[in-house]
Write a protein that binds this ligand. Structure first.
Ligand code: ADP
Ligand code: MG
Length: 244
């Protein structure tokens, strides 16, 4: 059984269709990337998995649990989905220390005090920042903030990690370093990852498989080699072959 199963997903904002019949499955432990130009519907797809957007129709199942099934009026609220999410802007709380930022997701989940402390230590240790737990976000570099956001997403042991352009606010050099580090972490943790980017190099270097989207539609799903060497359409070839 796939870990993530998105079936016949449609989303309209008013009269505008932004997702048109999106289908894909993701295997357990896979690094799966939604790739496409700005506005093609990547974030809307990811947010639908996260429970931050409700699709107009379709179904989403994660780990065998139906999260959304519009045909049966089923909708599991976001806080019950056990997913870790990192946004483009990291969205750390600026008035809280690193440690306090990590406490918040656990506070909602009713975890004991001892477990909280050990989970926070483990999550920060995973991203190599346990020694900075008392700093505030403005006292961290962009790369460190990004790692804290990742630790916060990992702190309650999510089944799936959802990452929406997490490297796009970093400068080119740091982006390159973070890429390698992120891939290593994902492999070490063995966590199923849904990654969103408009950067074809990033997608090709990080992913087990890539789903290329244009204008709310799925153009092609395949391994980086398949996408690069056998693009299904001229649009995929042009997008994947172009340089940033
Ligand atoms: P991407 O992440 O690929 O850049 P999005 O999923 O954010 O694309 O957006 C897809 C399309 O849906 C865009 O045309 C965007 O303007 C539109 N859109 C996204 N969110 C909303 C919203 N809340 N209301 C209306 N239109 C939206
Ligand atoms: Mg987006």
């Amino acid at each position: 059984m796939p870990e993530v199963h998105v079936k016949d997903l449609h989303k309209k904002f008013g009269d505008v269709t932004v997702l048109n019949d999106i289908n894909f499955t993701i295997k357990e432990g896979e690094f799966f990337t939604l790739l496409g130009p700005s506005g093609c519907g990547k974030s809307t797809t990811l947010n639908s998995i996260a429970g931050l957007e409700s699709p107009t129709s379709g179904s989403i199942t994660v780990g065998g649990v139906p999260f959304v099934d519009t045909a049966h009026k089923l909708y599991v609220p976001t806080e019950e989905r056990n997913l870790g999410m990192v946004f483009q802007s990291y969205a750390l709380w600026p008035h809280m220390t690193v440690e306090q930022n990590l406490v918040m997701p656990l506070a909602i989940r009713k975890v004991s005090k001892e477990e909280k402390a050990s989970r926070i230590y483990e999550a920060l240790d995973t991203v190599g920042l346990a020694h900075l737990k008392d700093r505030f976000p403005h006292q961290l570099s962009g790369g460190q903030q990004q790692r804290v956001a990742l630790a916060r997403a990992l702190v309650y042991s999510p089944s799936v990690l959802l990452l929406d352009e997490p490297l796009s606010n970093l400068d080119a050099k740091l982006r390159e370093q973070s890429r390698a580090w992120l891939k290593r972490l994902q492999v070490d943790l063995g966590i199923t990852t849904v990654y969103v980017t408009h950067d074809q190099d990033e997608a090709l270097s990080l992913s087990d498989r890539i789903a290329v989207m244009f204008e709310g539609k799925m153009a092609q799903i395949g391994t980086p080699a398949e996408i690069y060497e056998k693009p299904a359409t001229a649009a995929v070839a042009a997008f994947v072959g172009s340089c940033n």
